[in-house]
Design a protein around this ligand. Structure first.
Ligand code: ZN
Length: 331
């Protein structure tokens, strides 16, 4: 695990759903899951300008640095910077690089970057949706630069528009997002499949309100897993957002912590050991976040810890069938 107390320094005075208590809920959920002995900790190092410039425009970074220089402020209506935010964002976007090195050196089998601010809404030109820079994309771009192929699975309730944008025409990165539709930020339609050389390397599963565990398991088995196996990646990066939980205030899905255990177990086994890095994205009900992270990480290390059972039926299987058809998955 790569995490750091300095991620708590990304905060503002007025309350905001993306708050430091989220990370403390993540840590306590791991404690409660009884997996602490299976986890080794590593400190992140800040990303460099060169790391960030693989994914973001110079103008965007300049805007963030200017705001940092005056002590912070609002980037947009949803997205803030406080006095400690730029250091936190540099560390959050460097965390995956530390994780990749640790996995290459066989220090662990799977890595989890418990970081904030989150990253998956940050596009190549715009910081938005609580995200300053795209933590996962910085790692993906660094891996691609060494000639490797990267698959991304984004299970956050919101569409990972930033990650999609950065790699939309890049056939070295397969981007998969399962998300609620309609919902912020309004992208991630089923017919957004990539463009140019990247045509076919974006897979969107926009699920209706109320979609629950059965639909997610079906989505993984019927589309996500076959498409990623066909892509044959060297690395798998996961945007691990937990705001699809049924109690989350920012979405209307029906998942439980048990569902996050099921999904995590399936997803990490898509690649051999030492090739998977999970990045914390959303999750705004503190209790649900704590339970869901604990269940997910327990499943990753092979421990059955389920604060809640998996959920069952819900809508959305027709969306999965349609995505399988669009992406040529034979079943
Ligand atoms: Zn989200």
């Amino acid at each position: 695990m790569v995490t750091d107390e300095r991620f708590l320094d990304h905060r503002r005075e007025r309350s905001h759903p993306e708050c430091p208590a989220r990370l403390q809920a993540v840590w306590s959920g791991m404690e409660a899951a009884g997996v602490a002995d299976a986890i080794i900790g590593r400190e992140p190092t800040p990303s460099t300008d060169a790391d960030l410039l693989r994914c973001h425009s110079p103008a965007q970074l300049e805007k963030l640095e200017k705001l940092h220089a005056v002590g912070g402020g609002q980037v947009d209506i949803d997205t803030y910077m406080g006095a400690g935010s730029w250091e936190a964002a540099r560390l959050a976007s460097g965390a995956g690089l530390v994780a990749a090195t640790a996995l290459r050196e066989a220090e662990a089998d799977v890595a989890f970057c418990a970081v904030r601010p989150p990253g998956h809404h940050a596009t190549s030109a715009t910081s938005m949706g609580f995200c300053l820079v795209n933590n996962l994309a910085v790692t993906a771009a660094a891996l691609v630069a060494t000639g490797e192929r990267v698959a991304v699975v984004d299970i956050d309730a919101h569409h990972g528009n930033g990650t999609q944008d950065i790699f939309y025409d890049d056939n070295r990165v397969m981007f998969v997002s399962i998300h609620q539709w309609p919902l912020y930020p309004g992208t991630g339609r089923i017919d957004e499949i990539g463009e140019g050389e990247g045509k076919g390397t974006t897979l969107n599963l926009p699920l209706p309100v109320g979609s629950a565990g059965d639909t997610y398991r079906y989505a993984l088995d019927a589309t996500v897993i076959p498409v990623i196996e066909r892509f044959d990646p060297d690395w798998l990066l996961v945007s691990a957002g937990f705001d699809g939980h049924r109690l989350d205030p920012l979405s209307n899905l029906g998942l439980t912590s048990g569902d996050f255990a099921d999904m995590s177990a399936r997803i990490v086994r898509l690649v051999p050991p030492r090739r998977c890095i999970l990045f914390l994205e959303g999750g705004y009900d503190l209790g649900a976040l704590s339970d869901s992270v604990g269940a997910a990480l327990a499943a990753v290390v092979g421990v059955d810890h389920r604060p809640e059972p998996s959920s069952g039926a819900g809508p959305g299987s027709d969306v999965v069938d349609e995505a399988a058809r669009i992406h040529g998955v034979n079943r």
